[in-house]
Write a protein that binds this ligand. Structure first.
Ligand code: NZQ
Ligand code: ZN
Length: 391
């Protein structure tokens, strides 16, 4: 295991009715900017719960954060913070609202062009404090320091990470997730699953505890994911999915081990150029990477097959690997996320542009061994189009 320093400062309020904690979690003398998305929180009662809990606070609102939050929209919110002398921000929504808020709290204090935070990973010396009320379990953004922002005019979807943008707290009430459309439930489970796989499906790193944490989260997502399809109003199922998604990317399981972020990096390009949902891209790319890198990932693929999918230990290694990939595809498809690009009636014609964009974004050495070149990324895209269970 490699050396690491781990510090996660986000306080979690988990469970039914925890939105009421906002009244004490935010000091009364704070001027609060409430940031949300397209209005789902007004339809499902979350907005009413939040404003009731903050009835003693001075609140200003900013709505309209898009899925895959848009840079230009974030800049408007950052300007509002400056004009209104806001000193605390509350994000209420899914990963997009939380990611947008992370960028906004940094951009509001940034000296210079805020685009540099994303394009040049410019250092952030100051950011406003913020908290979250999560309504969509998926990204882990509620307990990590990452954010992904899109700039549609430039076909860019770029991430930044900074310790100054950890949420001060996050409220996770599973009851807020009952109103999620099936597509978003599926997206959330696939996203969380892939977050774990990117830490886990690398090579043996003498980190059995991280492996077993990862296998526990994967198994939980498989079991609870299947239950939520038929029993969507089951509180315990929703609660288990929510906590699993947070742990999938609060970086606990990635301490001391090398990760493979290739699925996300190629996936972000598919969102930028084809407009697919984040998790739709991951369901396509991960199985292709499993196929394409099956020799280098062999040991972990076998471990994954045996421990997560209970594949018979007596079958050959090749069969274990094939079953591991087939079962992963089948799980994503059962959840409602196709594993082929052609399922979306999209053609190959943007592959060359996507590869150029990866180069332009400096993503030329992906994977745990930094050996996935743009040429490999092109081959990975070719594996998922047309669809095939094994190559
Ligand atoms: O905008 P509203 O009206 O709130 O509707 C949203 C949105 O349309 C809706 N929704 C959210 N909660 C709901 C609900 N509808 C009904 N009931 C509820 N309780 O769901 C739609 C999708 O929301 P969004 O926030 O976009 O989804 P998600 O949480 O999957 O976030 C995706 C974004 O997060 C980024 C992705 O790239 C993408 O931009 N990611 C962020 C990461 C991070 N910060 O660590 C890591 C991830 O890998 C990911 O890249
Ligand atoms: Zn993700």
């Amino acid at each position: 295991m490699e050396n690491f320093i781990y510090h996660n400062p986000t306080r979690i309020y988990f469970g039914k009715g925890q939105i009421t904690q906002l009244s004490d979690a935010i000091a009364k003398n704070r001027k609060v900017l409430l940031i949300y998305g397209g209005g789902s929180i007004k339809q499902n009662g979350v907005y009413a719960q939040v404003t009731k809990a903050l009835s003693q606070h001075q609140i200003i609102e900013f709505s309209g954060i898009e899925p895959n939050p848009e840079y230009e929209t974030c800049l408007k919110a950052a300007k509002l913070i400056q004009q209104e002398k806001i000193d605390f921000v509350l994000a209420v929504g899914g990963g997009s609202v939380i990611d947008a808020t992370k960028f906004i709290v940094a951009a509001a204090k940034f000296k210079g062009d805020p685009w540099d935070i994303l394009a040049k990973r410019a250092d952030i010396t100051e950011a406003l404090p913020f908290g979250c009320v999560l309504t969509l379990p998926a990204t882990g953004s509620e307990m990590n320091s990452g954010s992904v922002i899109s700039r549609r005019a430039l076909n860019k979807k770029l991430a930044f990470l900074h310790e100054k943008v950890y949420p001060v707290f996050s409220v996770l009430d599973p009851e807020t997730t009952y109103t999620l459309p099936a597509r978003q439930v599926a997206n959330g489970i696939v996203d969380a699953f892939v977050h774990v796989m990117e830490k886990y499906l690398t090579f043996p790193q003498n980190a059995p505890l991280q492996d077993r944490f990862a296998e526990g989260i994967l198994s939980t997502l498989i079991e609870e994911g299947q239950k939520v399809l038929t029993d969507p109003n089951n509180y315990d199922v929703r609660a288990n999915i929510m906590w699993a998604a947070t742990l999938a990317l609060n970086t606990l399981i990635s301490q001391g081990v090398q990760s493979d972020w290739a699925t996300h990096m190629i996936g972000h390009e598919l969102t930028a150029f084809y407009g697919l949902d984040h998790a739709q891209t991951l369901a396509i790319i991960l199985p292709s990477i499993m196929e394409y890198k099956k020799d280098k990932k062999k040991a972990k693929l076998i471990q994954y097959a045996e421990r997560v999918w209970q594949v018979d230990k007596n079958v050959s290694d090749d069969v274990k690997i094939k079953l591991a990939i087939d079962k992963t595809r089948a799980f994503f498809e059962t959840m409602g996320n196709p594993t082929k690009i052609s399922a979306y009636q999209l053609s190959r014609d943007k592959f060359a542009t996507i590869i150029n964009s990866l180069k332009d974004n400096g993503l030329t050495t992906l994977g745990e061994h930094e050996d996935i070149t743009p040429q490999d990324s092109l081959k990975i895209l070719e594996v998922c189009f047309p669809f095939c269970f094994s190559i």
